[in-house]
Design a protein around this ligand. Structure first.
Ligand code: ZN
Length: 321
């Protein structure tokens, strides 16, 4: 059974509770995600700022209506704004120039054999480990061709993990997170099971998205984006839009992975389609975009199978709302 649906957009889908945010923003860079309450009138807490070891901050707070940072401003070829320390920062356009985002960055075709999903720790871990191996096999050659040095990432499903990025946010604010500092994806078992049950495609999509953040980290996109973020006040429209460009790109990378695996092994055509559609179950937010936008970027990656089509940094503002 699919646990969640968006009846307003797809009457055929079963209606259910809106899924809380997964995720993940790599805490050392972005903080964790999101409240379970869609469109809260209260500013979201910026708890992660207190725990982040580096001077970053994608503010995920605020209830501002998104107003777009002008790509014209940042695309002008200027060396970028100046940080307090006087460092120049990459422009949005230069982030989009990342070599991983050149067209033709197609992943290796992989056959994923995933064990049956189960709620006990061993089976859940086995499922994630199997998908993680698929993700690595799919991404590693493409990263290599793009000149990006590969490094593995671990998945931790313990319910009270000690992370290099500090404590996890409360469960109603985040289901999981990616921590670049210790190269670990944290998907606490109790949280994921509460959010997804045993809906296979939801787990597949979520891990693929989190792995997308790892790819962003390896390729330097996160560091560049982070430098850009320092230009804007926390929670400002530009700050929020930058965060959406990060998140939507991770969705697109997840779609690219699914394209590399669909039609073989456990990722049947049906499972692949369901995993892409699963992104519409992520709630609307200023930090991640509308649920439809989130699905669209996953679908874009899935349709083209090319990371070069995941260039949220060069996408018009209306595509990242
Ligand atoms: Zn994310």
């Amino acid at each position: 059974m699919h646990t969640v649906g968006d009846a307003a957009e797809d009457p055929a889908r079963e209606q259910g509770p809106v899924r809380p945010y997964l995720d993940d923003l790599p805490m050392e860079l972005w903080g964790a995600d999101e409240t379970a309450e869609p469109r809260s009138d209260s500013p979201r807490r910026s708890w992660w700022r207190a725990v982040l070891p580096v001077a970053v901050a994608l503010a995920l707070v605020g209830v501002f209506v998104a107003v777009l940072p002008s790509l014209d401003d940042t695309d002008s070829g200027s060396p970028g704004a100046t940080l307090g320390a006087g460092e120049s920062v990459p422009s949005l356009a230069s982030i989009g120039d990342n070599r991983l985002l050149r067209s033709g960055t197609v992943l290796e075709e992989v056959r994923c054999e995933l064990p049956e999903l189960g709620s006990d720790p061993e089976r859940l871990r086995a499922f994630y480990d199997a998908e993680l191996r698929c993700l690595e096999r799919a991404w590693k050659p493409a990263l290599s061709r793009a000149g990006v040095e590969f490094a593995p990432v671990a998945v931790d499903i313990t319910d009270d993990p000690a992370t290099a990025c500090g404590e996890l946010p409360p469960s109603d604010e985040a289901t999981g997170l990616y921590c670049a500092e210790d190269a670990t994806i944290y998907l606490p078992r109790a949280r994921t099971l509460e959010a997804f049950g045993l809906t296979q495609e939801a787990h597949i999509a979520t891990l693929a998205h989190e792995y997308g953040h790892h790819v962003q980290h390896l390729s330097g996109i996160l560091d560049d984006a982070n430098a850009q973020l320092n230009r804007y006040p926390a929670g400002s429209p530009s700050d929020l839009e930058l965060g959406r460009r990060v998140e939507l790109q991770a969705n697109c990378f997840a779609g690219v992975f699914l394209a590399s695996a669909v039609g073989r092994g456990s990722i049947t055509d049906e499972v692949g389609d369901a995993a892409v559609d699963d992104f519409r179950n992520w709630i609307d937010s200023d930090t991640h975009g509308t649920s439809e936008t989130q699905r669209q970027w996953a679908a874009r990656g899935f349709r083209h199978g090319d990371a070069g089509d995941c260039n949220t940094w060069r996408a018009p503002g209306e595509d990242v709302r």
